[in-house]
Design a protein around this ligand. Structure first.
Ligand code: SER
Length: 318
């Protein structure tokens, strides 16, 4: 019997949907609770409606369910936070404190909180961006993630909180849709390729960004939470990487399977955000400290995405 009791906050989002499934497989359905702000959601584990800004309710859920670990995923992503800067800052920061303070009180053994490549800005070296470098983010999302990283390290150093974090690149999966990010095109493109055979991309053809297949992101998330605490030498957030590509390159790869697929480009306000982020990431420290290793590169990811989405489209049309 596992004595780990997990609460996932923001479980209905792009990462949460798959993370909950995997945590339940590993720790047992009865040891995982999914929560989000929706009234209802369909999970194989218990679901609780929970707003991370409601500190009392978060505390109550943690205490009454003997939760030992929180995976706190609720956030406004880059494009949405630019539309609602004040709320983006509030949700992203106050939500984090709501969880870190419970750990500080000793109510949680471990906390997972994701940061992002969005912490980097236009003054950061774009290629092979190092773990430690110039960090001057220009989006509300990036500023909140960078501040959050500093607070995580502070809570670890000052209060001994066991918080662990990784900087997610753009995430691509077939089981869930992203919401409000700059890297969302890399998921939309697959759906449109199968639905209409053509896609209008909101980034330019040559805008390279770091990306990762969802199964690798979920593996990284669960792996970093399992290693002995002394292996986590970085208490702000680890760079992790798997692949980098631009819209033209992923299009070429999709065309190997669907030769008639076409793309056009109509960059919008997200182009500027993408240009301020790294094109590729150096993740040597994560590989050394806790054995991070990715499985999916661009061809393997495209193959798996198309295969699984085709199955879903086929079963939906029957
Ligand atoms: N995928 C996120 C976004 O585009 C980056 O972490 O906002």
């Amino acid at each position: 019997m596992s004595d780990t009791r997990i609460l996932v906050i923001g479980a209905c989002g792009q990462v949460g949907t798959e993370l909950v499934e995997n945590l339940a497989l590993r720790f047992g359905n009865q040891n995982v609770i999914a929560s989000d702000i929706r009234d209802e959601a369909s999970f194989d584990v218990e679901y609780i409606k929970l707003d991370v800004l409601d500190r009392e309710k978060v505390r109550d859920v943690v205490v009454s369910n003997q939760i030992t670990e929180v995976y706190h995923l609720a956030a406004l992503l880059s494009a949405t936070a630019e539309k609602h800067p004040e709320f983006g800052w509030k949700l992203n920061m106050d939500g984090l404190f709501s969880v870190l303070d419970l750990a500080k009180e000793g109510l949680l053994k471990k906390v997972f909180w994701p940061s992002s490549i969005a912490v980097f800005g236009p003054t950061t070296p774009r290629e092979n961006t190092p773990q430690r470098t110039v960090i001057e983010p220009t989006t509300v999302y990036g500023i909140s993630k960078f501040a959050g990283e500093r607070w995580c390290e502070y809570y670890h150093n000052r209060y001994g909180v066991d918080v662990r974090s990784i900087r997610y690149p753009g995430l691509i999966g077939y089981k869930s849709l992203p919401g409000g990010g700059t890297t969302d095109y890399a998921v939309d493109i697959f759906h449109q390729a199968l639905k209409s055979g053509t896609y209008e991309c909101f980034l330019n053809a040559d805008t390279s960004l770091p990306m990762m297949y969802m199964s690798d992101a979920v593996k990284a998330t669960i792996d970093i939470m399992q290693v002995p605490t002394e292996q986590i030498k970085n208490r702000s957030s680890y760079n992790i990487s798997a692949m980098s590509f631009n819209p033209a390159e992923v299009t070429e790869e999709i065309r190997k399977h669907h030769p008639n697929f076409t793309i056009s480009y109509a960059p919008d306000e997200r182009q500027k955000i993408a240009e301020s982020w790294p094109a590729s990431i150096d993740d040597e420290e994560a590989r050394q400290d806790w054995g991070w290793n990715h499985e999916y590169d661009l061809p393997k990811m495209v193959n798996d995405m198309l295969h699984n989405l085709e199955k879903l489209h086929f079963s939906n049309s029957n």
